[in-house]
Design a protein around this ligand. Structure first.
Ligand code: GDP
Length: 211
C-alpha cells in the first residue's frame, strides 16, 4: 500500500470505532486471538494513556495515571468496524513503590503474553524524551528481544524539551535500539499534547497490524 493511502486509512480507522473490549488481570482472561494486536508498553507516567488518547482522538479511552502498582491488567481496545486490529495497553512498569511480589507478577504476566501471543504483531515501547532509556526500559527491551517480538521505540512528551536536547536523546535512544535484536532501527518522536508525530504513528501502527 502507498504511504499516503496507509496514512489516510489509519486516520479514518482511528477516528472511527475504537471500543474497550476487556481487561485481562491474568492470561486466562485474554480475549480469543482473532485479531492482530499492537501493544503499548512503558514506565508508569511515561505518557502511555495520553498517547493512546491522542492516537484515537479521544479524551479518555485509556485512564490517565491510575495509582502506581494498581494497574496490573492488560487492557484491550478494538479498532475498526468490523475489527481490523486491537490496541493493547500493557501495565506500566518501573513503579518505585511496588512490592517485589507485584513486580514478579507483572513480569510473569507480561513475559507469558509476549511469548505466547501469536496475534501480537508489534510492541511500542514508550520512553520519556526528557530522560531517554532508563535501566527498566532496557530491561523491557531485553524481555522483548528474548521473546523475539519486534518493537518500535517511541519518545513521548517531546514538547517538554528543547530541540537540541531532543536531538541528543533521539541519537542516544537510537544507539540503544541498535544494540537490540528485536528493536526497529528507528525512533519515533511524539508529543500527545501538541499532536507531534501522531499521524505518522497511526500509519505505522496500521502498517504493523496489517503485516
Ligand atoms: P501513563 O501513566 O503512562 O499512562 O501517563 P499519562 O498519560 O497519565 O501521563 C503522565 C503525565 O504526563 C500526565 O500529567 C500527562 O498530562 C503528562 N503528559 C503525557 N503526555 C504528554 C505530552 O506529550 N506532553 C506533555 N507536556 N505532557 C504530557
Amino acid at each position: 500500500m502507498e504511504q499516503d493511502d496507509l496514512a489516510e486509512q489509519a486516520r479514518r480507522l482511528f477516528s472511527g470505532r475504537v471500543e474497550f473490549l476487556k481487561s485481562a488481570p491474568s492470561l486466562k482472561f485474554l480475549p480469543d486471538p482473532d485479531a492482530p494486536e499492537i501493544a503499548f508498553a512503558g514506565r508508569s507516567n511515561v505518557g502511555k494513556s495520553s498517547l493512546l488518547n491522542a492516537l484515537t482522538g479521544r479524551k479518555s479511552i485509556a485512564r490517565t495515571s491510575v495509582t502506581p502498582g494498581r494497574t496490573q491488567e492488560l487492557n484491550f481496545f478494538e479498532v475498526g468496524e468490523p475489527t481490523v486490529f486491537r490496541l493493547v495497553d500493557m501495565p506500566g512498569y518501573g513503579f518505585a513503590k511496588a512490592p517485589p511480589k507485584v513486580v514478579e507478577q507483572w513480569k510473569r504476566t507480561v513475559r507469558d503474553y509476549l511469548r505466547g501471543r501469536l496475534v501480537l504483531r508489534r510492541v511500542l515501547v514508550l520512553i520519556d524524551a526528557r530522560h531517554g532509556p532508563k535501566p527498566v526500559d532496557i530491561e523491557m527491551m531485553k524481555m522483548l528481544d528474548e521473546a523475539a517480538v519486534g518493537y518500535r521505540i517511541v519518545l513521548t512528551k517531546a514538547d517538554k524539551i528543547k530541540a537540541t536536547e531532543l536531538e541528543a536523546v533521539h541519537a542516544a535512544t537510537l544507539a540503544e535500539a541498535r544494540k537490540h535484536s528485536a528493536a526497529f532501527p528507528e525512533v519515533a518522536i511524539t508529543s500527545s499534547e501538541k499532536g507531534m508525530g501522531i499521524a505518522e504513528l497511526r500509519a505505522a501502527v496500521l502498517g504493523d497490524a496489517l503485516i
